[in-house]
Ligand binder design. Structure first.
Ligand code: NAD
Length: 475
């Protein structure tokens, strides 16, 4: 079905239709927040437990919806959506008490007798807007942080994955009172209607160009924003790499969710001496994963809609296909595809691919790699395959990227302890685990002074002795 027309049945048709409902939800949520209902630790833990139970209950519906929206395999759906979100919620239930506790520290001598502390304060009304590619995870994982940090929240899942959007709404409706968390379904008009309001924090995941709209909306109301955006993520393979392992890990990371992953390896930079061997091994790995005809594999997905199918298929240069290259528009199928002899001026290098094409460029020295990556905007992820400490150090020191792996792909995302986010054009801010709690909190710096002592040295009138002491205390 054409892009944008796959609205869920419950999606309101126009911004005018949804505006009054949005205003009512926001007002009820503000009252709930101001009354302090989201603050107590037990209330947050209880809400998170209800959230966990609702996600668990809807596991089969999530898996069915992802299959309907993009033919996602049930294993991938569990790993990247259900399991990821339940892991985040469990971690938050276990840790929220610790995260909420004020962090005490010593105060400077000049302020004696005092103690300083950092107090985490929820921001208030928050908005989460999600994309279609991991439509459940990317709507619900940020919500874990929003609730743990004590905020009220409106979640707008992507209209381009309508079956998943409906399940996200069902999960939220069942787990939360709408004055605490509400799901609002709909398309761009609904998103625009939401942005008419003032939010204390906007958490947006999506494309870089749309991200600018959210940054501007945040600027308009001086709202805080987190922007989780996209970009071209390079995968560097040097001659020192273990090519058998590299090929499998690259093939897995590239064709997970049919390449429709924000942190998928977008293109490969292979050292010239090992390029052909690497390409051959990646092809073999793909055949091993999905068989001779990946269209028949239950583990290989489809492109989300006709518009994206046409865009991705249009990036294939048949003369440069070294593996795959098959398409079927009626089924929105594009096979795992590797292209070689690619240069920066090829169409496939002009935009984020966000599909199953893997262009391979080659290099002689890592200096060339630094230069090539620098010609594209800041990558969200970077993967380096090497067994040489000096090569690892050079890339870590010289290349700016959101996060990544050495000798692996995608898996930095799965570590709750690591902040996940971009840099520059690939994003602003980070989340996951404790970092999600931080993303949705303001840190109040508070200094508390005891009354038993009130040294007069800081009070006027000042003389030479006081001045000498004060200079020593503050320098
Ligand atoms: P998108 O930017 O088109 O849409 C994301 C959300 O923004 C949707 O909910 C949509 O309703 C809303 N939106 C779209 N146009 C809008 C407008 N004009 N005004 C207001 N709201 C609008 O992104 P997408 O196509 O759903 O997702 C793909 C992009 O997201 C890719 O670039 C990918 O790299 C990026 N992405 C990033 C991450 C990350 O964690 N950094 C994760 C997934 C996807």
């Amino acid at each position: 079905m054409p892009d944008g027309s796959r609205q869920s049945p419950s999606s309101p048709a126009t911004a005018a239709d949804v505006a009054p409902a949005i205003a009512a939800v926001l007002e009820a949520q503000r009252e709930h927040f101001v009354a302090g209902k989201t603050l107590p630790r037990h209330a947050r833990e209880e809400a998170l437990r209800a959230f966990l139970a609702s996600v668990q209950k809807h596991e089969p519906h999530i898996i069915d919806a992802l299959h309907e929206d993009m033919h996602r395999s049930s294993t991938e759906a569990y790993l990247s959506e259900v399991g990821y979100v339940t892991g985040e919620i469990r971690n938050a239930i276990k840790s929220v008490g610790k995260w909420m506790r004020p962090k005490k520290m010593f105060s400077p001598l000049a302020a004696a007798p005092s103690r300083s502390m950092l107090v985490s304060q929820p921001l208030g009304s928050t908005l989460i807007v999600g994309p279609w590619n991991y439509p459940v995870q990317l709507a619900l994982a940020p919500l874990v942080g929003a609730v743990a940090a004590g905020n009220v929240c409106v979640v707008k899942p992507s209209e381009l994955a309508p079956a998943s959007s409906a399940v996200v709404k069902a999960i939220i409706d069942e787990a939360f009172d709408p004055e605490w968390v509400a799901a609002v379904e709909g398309g761009i008009e609904t998103s625009q209607a939401l942005l008419e309001h003032r939010w204390d924090h906007i958490f947006f995941t999506g494309g870089t160009e749309v991200g600018r709209i959210y940054a501007k909306a945040g600027a308009e109301h001086l709202s805080r924003v987190t922007l989780e955006l996209g970009g071209k993520s390079p995968t560097i393979v040097t001659a020192s790499a273990d090519l058998d392992v590299a090929a499998k890990r690259i093939a897995w990371g590239k064709w997970f969710n049919t390449g429709q992953t924000c942190i998928a390896p977008d293109y490969i930079l292979a050292q010239r001496s090992i390029r052909d061997e690497l390409v051959e091994k990646i092809g073999k790995a793909a055949t091993g994963f999905y068989g001779e005809d990946p269209q028949q594999s239950p583990d290989y997905g489809r492109i989300i809609n006709d518009r994206h199918f046409a865009r991705v298929a249009g990036l294939i240069d048949e003369a440069k296909v070294a593996y795959g290259g098959k398409t079927d528009a009626a089924d929105r199928y594009i096979s795992p595809t590797v292209m070689t002899e690619v240069t920066l001026s090829d169409k496939v290098m002009g935009e984020e691919i966000f599909g199953p094409l893997l262009p391979v460029l080659d290099f002689e020295s890592l200096e060339e790699v630094v230069e090539t990556i620098g010609k594209n905007p800041n990558p969200l992820a970077l993967y380096l395959f090497t067994t040489t400490a000096a090569e690892e150090q050079l890339i870590l020191d010289r290349v700016s990227f959101g996060g990544g792996c050495i000798n692996n792909t995608l898996l930095h995302f799965s570590d709750h302890k690591l902040p996940f986010g971009g840099v520059g054009s690939s994003g602003l801010g980070a989340y996951h685990g404790h970092h999600s709690f931080e993303a949705f909190s303001h840190k109040k710096g508070v200094l508390k002074t005891a009354n038993f002592l009130d040294p007069s040295v800081k009070y006027p009138p000042y003389d030479d002795t006081k001045r000498r002491i004060l200079r020593k205390l503050v320098h």
